[in-house]
Design a protein around this ligand. Structure first.
Ligand SMILES: C[S@@+](CC[C@H](N)C(=O)[O-])C[C@H]1O[C@@H](n2cnc3c(N)ncnc32)[C@H](O)[C@@H]1O
Length: 284
């Protein structure tokens, strides 16, 4: 797909001795997505493809991280897992696949051993991204992601995937990343109190479109812990859902510090989310 590029910007870059951003390598990388095609738009500067980035569709595990064990759970449902399913207890999704609860509780989907079929209502995240997204360059924030269609509250948008690493390794990498101004680390702490966790996901060199979701202090999406193949709380997967109805054209954002209190001045890098609830700084 041809990227949009206004004449004025092209003229400005030419006057600066710079050229139009080359997005061809970026298009090639994003074509590895297993969801709808992702257009790329840069009307801001000449940034192109990030260095040393590989597009993946599922988590990869570093050598130091144990592989989650094989599942010991399954349901025997033949009714599409609508009622009394051993996996869900309470239903996770309505018949359109929209998440029913916006709370913090874990989501357990039917897994590979379950007797239900592909049409089971409890198989949403495992089917991958279905929504149409666009990658767009923003002033002060770098790349961000825009919804190219209307999204209903509860829509599964994408899974946050990357390299699963130990927390010690995450701390080392986080230190360097912060010095370079950008970090792509996500702690797998959604099942633990006091932010304690053993593992994190780093999407800096291996990741998918979720790696480009920017922070907002008034976000329109949130992450939830999700289990499909196993139920090891240390190694849960991270699914991202719309927390309200979203219009086509809106930037899709998550709160990088969801436990921060509104009005509290948190430390970190300056935030450019533009929300009326902005805490002025991002906390990493
Ligand atoms: C997970 S990445 C998001 C994608 C990133 N914008 C990019 O170009 O690759 C997180 C980084 O994006 C930038 N960022 C995200 N949200 C921001 C915000 N609200 N204000 C300023 N910078 C932001 C920060 O540099 C942050 O470290």
């Amino acid at each position: 797909m041809e990227e949009q590029y206004p004449q004025a910007l092209a003229k400005y870059l030419k006057a600066q001795g710079k050229s139009k951003a080359d997005l061809s390598e970026f298009h090639r990388l994003l074509s590895h997505t297993n969801g709808p095609v992702i257009p790329i738009v840069n009307t801001v500067d000449e940034a192109g493809c990030p260095d040393n980035f590989t597009y993946i569709n599922q988590n990869i595990y570093s050598d130091e991280v144990p592989r989650p064990c094989t599942p010991m759970f399954w349901c025997e449902c033949t009714n599409g897992c609508c009622d009394g399913c051993e996996c869900t207890k309470e239903r996770n999704y309505d018949n359109r696949g929209l998440l029913l609860s916006m709370g913090d509780e874990r989501i357990v989907e039917c897994g590979p051993l379950c007797k239900c079929g592909d049409d089971c209502v409890n198989r949403v995240v495992q089917k991958g991204r279905k929504v149409v997204l666009e990658l767009r360059r923003y002033p002060h924030k770098g790349w961000g992601v825009v919804a190219k269609q209307r999204l209903k509250k509860g829509t599964f948008v994408a899974e946050y995937v990357g390299e699963v690493i130990t927390s010690d390794e995450a701390e080392n990498r986080g230190f360097k990343d912060k010095a370079q101004g950008q970090t792509y680390l996500f702690d797998l702490d959604q099942e633990f109190v006091n932010d304690i966790c053993d593992f994190s996901i780093d999407a800096k060199t291996h990741g998918n479109i979720s790696r480009f979701f920017n922070h907002s202090c008034g976000p329109n999406m949130r992450t939830r812990s999700i289990y499909v193949e196993h139920r090891d709380p240390r190694l849960h997967r991270l699914a991202i859902f719309a927390t309200r109805d979203i219009k086509a054209g809106e930037e899709l954002t998550i709160d990088y510090s969801p436990s921060a209190v509104e009005g509290e001045s948190v430390k970190g890098d300056p935030c450019h989310c533009g929300s009326s609830k902005c805490r002025k700084f991002m906390y990493f």
